[in-house]
Design a protein around this ligand. Structure first.
Ligand code: PGA
Length: 238
């Protein structure tokens, strides 16, 4: 199976930078790997123009939990599908924390996404306190039980203490967690996120239970993101 490498640009950059960065990625995108770019909402149309006709897919960073209606400032899954998205990141820890997104809200968002043909990328992950207390697996299992919708989704395991910190989970930790997740969700791809960089991508993608990456900071530099995509492509077995 092809590995999936997802760029989460978060709330960064100008429209011109988004266009340039997307172009650099499309121009040098390796084969044998599914590459997804998730720009901010207002940059979707421009990035779509750049990725159109290439193998690179478009995704969004969030959607609303209702199909539509009086929700000022929000964007529905249907709008994202119409805007050319194939994927949507849901329940990122930054949203769970800053917007109090509960597991059931994330699941409702996932149902909306699936209903319009988007693949939800459902994020889960433990805090450092939870890991140190030996609760990492049970926390992640609880989050998945509450937030994974029924249907074709991707699980993103992102230990919160590894996001944007430069600290990556060890190969042993990632391997053990992904194996634990796959015990219950054996048909769902599980990608890893949390300080994935060009210099650790190879050893992390070599873990058999790792189906790809969700990349934040390092996805903002096209050359570095492309090296991570290359690492994904290199392990493609056909
Ligand atoms: P990071 O972010 O790669 O900057 O740690 C990952 C994420 O938040 O998805």
């Amino acid at each position: 199976m092809q590995k999936i490498i997802i760029a989460n640009w978060k709330m960064n950059g100008t429209l011109a930078e988004a266009r340039e960065r997307a172009k650099s990625i499309v121009d040098a995108a390796p084969e044998g790997v599914e590459i997804v770019i998730c720009p901010p909402f207002v940059h979707l149309a421009t990035v779509l123009e750049v990725v159109a006709g290439s193998s690179v897919k478009l995704g969004a960073q969030n959607c609303h939990f209702a199909e539509g209606g009086a929700y000022t400032g929000s964007v529905s899954a249907k709008m994202l599908a119409e805007a050319g998205c194939k994927y949507v990141i849901l329940g990122h820890s930054e949203r769970r924390r800053s917007y109090a997104e509960s597991d059931s809200i994330v699941r409702d968002k996932g149902r909306c996404a699936l209903a319009v043909g988007l693949t939800p990328i459902v994020c889960v992950g433990e805090t450092l306190t939870e890991r140190e207390a030996g609760e990492a697996v049970s926390v992640v299992e609880r989050q998945l039980a509450g937030s994974l919708p029924e249907g074709k989704a991707i699980i993103a395991y992102e230990p919160i203490w590894a996001i944007g910190t430069g600290k990556t989970a060890t190969v042993e930790d990632v391997s053990a967690m992904h194996a634990a997740i796959k015990k219950r969700h054996n048909r769902t791809p599980v990608v890893y996120g949390g300080s994935v960089k060009a210099n650790n991508a190879k050893e992390l993608i070599a873990i058999p239970e790792v189906d790809g990456f969700l990349v934040g900071g390092a996805s903002l530099v096209a050359a570095e993101f492309l090296q991570i995509c290359e690492a994904g492509s290199a392990v493609f077995s056909g």
